[in-house]
Design a protein around this ligand. Structure first.
Ligand SMILES: [Zn+2]
Length: 174
């Protein structure tokens, strides 16, 4: 059995020194205005997982309660969401994400982001695609007012025994 999920997350940019994206720190003339650490890419990925299983949105699972969890590590959120996916006996077939950001250029950070995301999920890096595109100076992306990330992913259900057997065969932690 397979399920597909998708999500799109946008945050406002403010003047800053770095932004957290795909679980890594990237030097940037902007930071993200957010309740959590503002990791737009991990938010889109986590919410796509929830969407695939019709479990609601990220806000339902991690509400922005004032004074609580501020600056929350989005990697921990994604880890918790994927644990939920595993508890439903699904696993990731592949995910494909796109970040829309005018500046800085992300090309040199793409593989570090893929590696970090694969590490958080405990899957091989070839299951994780991250792409980046710019806004051509128009709209909120091009005018450097916002960052958006989109994710589409596919899940497959396998019995837990089969999953553990495959992990063992691949030399991964079970
Ligand atoms: Zn977000």
């Amino acid at each position: 059995m397979q399920r597909i999920g998708q999500s799109r997350d946008t945050h406002r940019l403010i003047t800053g020194k770095s932004l957290v994206l795909g679980g890594i720190d990237i030097p940037s003339p902007y930071a993200v205005d957010a309740h959590s650490d503002g990791d737009c890419l991990l938010h889109a990925i986590a919410e796509a997982f929830l969407g695939a299983l019709a479990l609601g949105d990220l806000g339902k699972h991690f509400p922005d309660t004032p004074g609580k969890d501020e600056g929350r590590d989005s990697a921990k959120m994604l880890e918790a969401v994927y644990r939920l996916v595993r508890e439903h006996d699904f696993h990731l077939v592949n995910l494909d994400a796109t970040v829309h950001l005018e500046r800085p250029k992300l090309a040199s950070h793409i593989d570090s982001m893929r590696e970090r995301i694969a590490g958080i999920l405990g899957v091989s890096i070839d299951r994780v695609s991250v792409k980046a595109t710019r806004g051509e100076k128009v709209g909120p992306i091009g005018k450097e007012e916002a960052i958006t990330a989109e994710c589409v992913l596919l899940l497959e259900k396998k019995s837990r025994i089969e999953y553990l057997r495959n992990r063992k065969r691949d030399g991964k932690r079970v």
